[in-house]
Unconditional design. Sequence first.
Length: 292
Amino acid sequence: MKSFTQHPIPLKAPFWKKAHPVDVAYIGYGLVIVVMVIGSYVLGAVNWLPHDPAAIDMALLNAPPNTAGHWLGTDFMGRDLLTRLILGIQAYFLPGLTAIAIALTVGSFGGVVAGYWGGRLNLVVTYAANLIDSFPRLVLILLMVAVFKPDIYLIMIVVGITNVPIVAGLIKSKVMLLKEKNFIEAAVALGLGNFRIIFKHILWHNCRALLIIQATLGMAEAILIETSLSYLGFGVQEPIPSWGNMVQAGSNYFLQGQFWPSTAPALAILFTILGFHLLGDGLNNILERKTG
């Protein structure tokens, strides 16, 4: 009799082991930034801060880093920079999540309606998306500022709405591609309802990577918009800290050789936006099976 040797069934390697090292590095750096942002937001929310953010020390104006009791130094009023950087995250974190939620929710709904059912619904969604795209975003934001004053949540609602056509177009294209696959026809033949097919087999199994990538890029955009508006005086106002108004306030002392009060928040903006962009880029290359 012939003896048969049983060979173990090879296990599927985790996706990160197949990924390019550069993409893994992108995701690693991005996750570090995300953890730091969330951790700093929690510290600010529970008021577990190194100093009182409003405490003024006239003896320590524009103090450099590593000054006694102030790791990152102080600003032009002697307030602790590290504390204000931590609190500055609150200026964009929840408003940014609001913009992301609006863009992903409304955009996914519109994309599914246009791609799955098509016909007149597709025409309606396409017309609405083109209508939104026809309005310049900057004009809409400035209009909101003029009417409602600098309310960052209302501004981010506008940002979320203007991002809806982008998400809707991506989801629509994905759904139309998936409709040609056999598993959709099989699910319909088995009697599965449209909502189960859409939410489970299309959005969850096949579109979640796309939505995660758009969420990371959306947060980076929210940070950029909030800090830009605050720098110009249209966003969060003093004495409430924001990275944008911290850069603006510190820039007044450049000619005096005091670079750090504006450089510290500028670096925070740079590294945070870069982290979210690299996270989205790395996830896109891995989850969408690209080699980038």
